[in-house]
Design a protein around this ligand. Structure first.
Ligand SMILES: C[S@@+](CC[C@H](N)C(=O)[O-])C[C@H]1O[C@@H](n2cnc3c(N)ncnc32)[C@H](O)[C@@H]1O
Length: 287
């Protein structure tokens, strides 16, 4: 934490898919935080995070919702935030320096490392992480071993493809320009795979949690205009970044211009852009 580069001895080699976009996530943190403010509150409320809670944040990325959880639990509590990307964690640790939250611990590793400390956590959070796990059912079943009886878990997942324009538009544009192969249906894999409420709730039911439920939330991403939206995507989206890097210069320009143009459908009355995305929170209780 004191290393000026943000590196920690437990960092792993930078061979993960998220490190190339980690700095972008850090740069756009204010935009992302504004978009997820209501969702984050709901995540913490649903998982019953309060003063003194011991919370696990799986796939914490650059630090949210772990920071919000740490502010809520206070010095009598603890937050263990785990992510497998050294780059994302480095940004999280840099952001942590601006906040005085010594009871917040960032650890490099796979999400199921949470279980290694035994049943110590009274709550678990995971924001937009489960879709990226190689084997979500296994991770969530393992997670139970890291939770106390009655602990609450709340996972945020994206809605269906139609409900999440900020992810759908770049995919469609990349396909139009031959930069992305046609994708499998939503439910097969990818960011929309738990968008259907039944698929979301099966995640926790199949892992042995009870009192499982699903709620729907708005995640409004706001930009000054379409060019800023395209810049955002180039910084934070592996898909857009890879597509733009692979493309010949002219195709790249056409792809980005097309992306900006389709985003104009989401122009708002104040001449800015607002992409209204839907996320779901699937929640449950450890028996
Ligand atoms: C979309 S980002 C979300 C980050 C953060 N939770 C947020 O909402 O801002 C997905 C994160 O999942 C992490 N991740 C993917 N598979 C993982 C695994 N098996 N264990 C831990 N983290 C994982 C990635 O490194 C990345 O930081």
């Amino acid at each position: 934490m004191n290393d000026p580069t943000g590196r920690s001895p437990d960092d792993e080699p930078e061979d993960d898919r998220w490190s190339p976009v980690a700095e972008g996530w850090g740069r756009w943190a204010p935009t992302l935080d504004a978009a997820t403010a209501e969702l984050d509150r709901a995540l913490l409320d649903t998982a019953c995070v309060g003063r003194g809670s011991h919370v696990a944040d799986l796939a914490c990325g650059t630090g949210e919702p772990a920071f919000g959880a740490a502010r809520r639990v206070g010095p009598g509590g603890h937050v263990l935030a785990v992510d497998s990307s050294s780059g994302m964690l480095r940004v999280a640790r840099i952001r942590a320096r601006a906040q005085d939250l010594p009871w917040l611990e960032f650890v490099a590793g796979s999400a199921d490392a949470i279980a290694e400390r035994g049943p110590t956590h009274t709550a678990a959070l995971c924001r937009f992480g489960v879709m990226h796990f190689d084997d979500p059912p296994r991770v969530l079943a393992t997670l139970r071993q890291g939770l106390t009886r009655g602990a609450r878990v709340a996972c945020a997942v994206w809605g269906t493809r139609a409900e999440v324009p900020f992810l759908r538009l770049p995919r469609e544009a990349a396909q139009r320009h031959g930069l992305l192969d046609p994708e499998p249906p939503d439910e097969a894999s990818g960011p929309f795979r738990f968008g259907d409420p039944a698929a979301a709730s099966a995640l926790l039911t199949d892992a042995g949690f009870d009192e499982v439920g699903v709620s729907t939330h708005s995640v409004p991403l706001r930009f000054h205009g379409p060019t800023e939206f395209a810049r955002f995507l180039l910084d934070v989206s592996q898909l857009v970044r890879d597509a733009a890097q692979r493309a010949a210069p002219q195709t790249r320009e056409r792809f980005l211009a097309d992306l900006a143009e389709t985003a104009l459908d989401h122009a708002s009355a104040d001449h800015g852009l607002c992409l209204s995305n839907i996320a779901r929170i699937v929640h449950g209780r450890a028996p």
